[in-house]
Design a protein around this ligand. Structure first.
Ligand SMILES: NC(=O)c1ccc[n+]([C@@H]2O[C@H](COP(=O)([O-])OP(=O)(O)OC[C@H]3O[C@@H](n4cnc5c(N)ncnc54)[C@H](OP(=O)(O)O)[C@@H]3O)[C@@H](O)[C@H]2O)c1
Length: 281
């Protein structure tokens, strides 16, 4: 089994590199320099030359604030390049596993979002990711679109590494918003699920929600990180931060489709956070 991982130096890509030995397969990790997914000629030749069984697309434009002023780049990477990837996967019989986002929703629903709920992105990043999803659904049968939320890990710039950095530097206080509700997702859990899907050779293609279990604010998440590190960091609750990009008020994802379809147990956000901290210290 031959698996291409694009965007291999990103957060999820690095988690994959850590876990590659967990299944019997040949992994080819390509970062943005070695394989730019917007370079269509190169991508086409690359797919022709290699006989991939799976492509895990960890490449994305993820700068939610930056996307507001660089709409063209966000759509090029998250939509146009994904369309191309989907067409190539269809042509070469490759299964595409593609993470998407909770930001495809507007956040007005009071309960968790299921896969069938109406999408209505309220920022450019969310709109570009939604267009990517639509291209995949249009051009490729063999796909898993995995919408995830608040991805964190020990790698790269994410909310967890930001708070951990503040704690490590003995910062006195941080101000964190109480405005949004959702669920953090340990990227290690998402990668483990993707590897499980591949090992099962599942053909239950489609769109699924994957996050950890629970619903909380960034403020609640910060308090838990602080408690687990037994830190004295003062966490100030702030109702609203002015940002370029709007964020959904509630982007909690309902995972029942995934848990029922695959009989797969998703970990609670507290357990998963504790696991990561126990692992990395
Ligand atoms: N992070 C979150 O909170 C979050 C939440 C929900 C969903 N997701 C989704 O989860 C997936 C993984 O996110 P992540 O946190 O791992 O993102 P990330 O850390 O920003 O990694 C994205 C990677 O994609 C690469 N990339 C950008 N443009 C590329 C191109 N044209 N060709 C090839 N590679 C390119 C980047 O490389 P350079 O740095 O060299 O540009 C980077 O290494 C994405 O699909 C994202 O939309 C993330």
């Amino acid at each position: 089994m031959k698996i291409l991982v694009t965007g291999a130096k990103g957060q999820l890509g690095q988690v994959f590199q850590k876990k590659e030995k967990q299944i019997k397969a040949e992994f080819i990790f390509q970062d943005s320099k070695a394989l730019d997914i917007t370079d269509f000629d190169t991508l086409e030749k690359y797919f022709q030359k290699n006989n991939f069984d799976y492509c895990v697309n960890c490449a994305a434009y993820t700068d939610v604030e930056g996307a507001e002023s660089d709409k063209e780049k966000a759509f090029l990477v998250n939509a146009t390049a994904v369309e191309h990837l989907a067409k190539l996967c269809q042509k070469h019989q490759v299964v595409l596993i593609h993470p998407s986002t909770d930001y495809v929703f507007d956040g007005q629903k009071k309960s968790a979002y299921s896969e069938n709920d109406q999408t209505h992105p309220i920022n450019v990043y969310g709109a570009s990711k939604l267009e990517g999803e639509r291209h995949i659904q249009k051009h490729l049968t063999t796909h898993f679109i995995l919408r995830t939320s608040w991805l964190y890990s020990e790698f790269g710039k994410n909310f967890f590494t930001f708070i951990k950095g503040q704690i490590d530097q003995n910062a006195k206080e941080v101000s964190i918003t109480t405005e949004q509700k959702g669920t953090p997702t340990n990227a290690n859990d998402l990668a483990a699920f993707i590897l499980w899907l591949i090992s099962q050779k599942s053909k239950d293609y489609g769109i699924y929600h994957f996050s950890n279990k629970g619903s909380l604010t960034w403020y609640d998440f910060t308090l838990k990180i602080k408690a687990l590190y037994k830190s004295a960091l003062e966490v100030k609750a702030v109702a609203h931060f002015e940002t370029k990009a709007k964020r959904p008020e509630n982007s909690t994802l309902d995972k029942s489709k995934l848990t029922m379809h695959f009989n797969y147990e998703v970990k609670s956000w507290e357990k998963s956070l504790a696991n990561l901290i126990a692992e990395i210290g």
